[in-house]
Design a protein around this ligand. Structure first.
Ligand SMILES: [Zn+2]
Length: 216
């Protein structure tokens, strides 16, 4: 099973990626992990990426693509994989398609986690971080009435990333980037949307139900 997972920030994509990959016994390949592995492993690509990161610049597409290519060439990815964080746009999707084609492979499915914007805001903007131990509490889900950490007594604060305005902006950026990608895969007839609201296990169950018809 060769599968790509897409979804907005706050959709629980990382968690679902892990559960789905483990259910299917395929490696979860996320660009974040590939990046860290290359940088900490001191590979040529990692060193190259680091020169950009050290200057505060974005790592160019070619470098990311080369890292993804290396990772997908590894033994454990030959019978399937779940990609998380790549492709990010139609250009990358076309490169991925050509890459797989060269190896006699193709994507089986693109799973889109669907959560409406207000639900994402409710999830992220309700988060409060402990300034001492870093633990995260949720005003609604943890019924957090005071601004003290239940674990260590530290003061809680709202990270800039979790402020409603920032969350809404991230969602806009996501929609702009991802809408063309989603319609590209819809045209290829391999896109399936999964409702990502509700408990984690239920979302995984829905995802597995959506994946089953595409399994060879
Ligand atoms: Zn704390």
């Amino acid at each position: 099973m060769r599968l790509v997972l897409v979804g907005p920030p706050g959709a629980g994509k990382g968690t679902q990626a892990q559960y789905i990959a483990s259910n299917l016994s395929i490696p979860k390949i996320s660009t974040g992990d590939i990046f860290r592995a290359n940088v900490s492993g001191g590979t040529d690509l990692g060193k190259l990426a680091k020169t950009y990161m050290d200057r505060g610049d974005l790592v160019p597409d070619e470098v990311t693509i080369a890292m993804v290519r290396d990772r997908l060439s590894e033994d454990d990815a030959q019978d399937g994989f779940l990609l998380d964080g790549f492709p990010r746009n139609v250009a990358q999707a076309e490169i991925l398609r050509d890459m797989l084609k060269d190896w006699g492979q193709e994507l089986d499915l693109v799973l889109e986690l669907v959560v409406d914007d207000d639900e994402v805001v409710r999830r992220l903007a309700g988060r409060r971080t402990c300034s001492q131990c870093g633990r995260i509490w949720h005003v609604e889900f943890d019924d957090k009435k005071d601004d003290k950490c239940d674990a260590c007594g530290g003061a809680l604060f709202q990270r800039d990333d979790d402020k409603e305005e920032t969350v809404r902006h991230r969602l806009e950026v996501y929609q702009e980037q991802t809408a063309p990608l989603v319609s590209y895969y819809a045209d290829e007839d391999i896109l399936v949307g999964v409702d990502a609201t509700g408990p984690v296990e239920e979302v995984t169950q829905r995802a597995m139900d959506a994946i089953r018809p595409f399994m060879g």
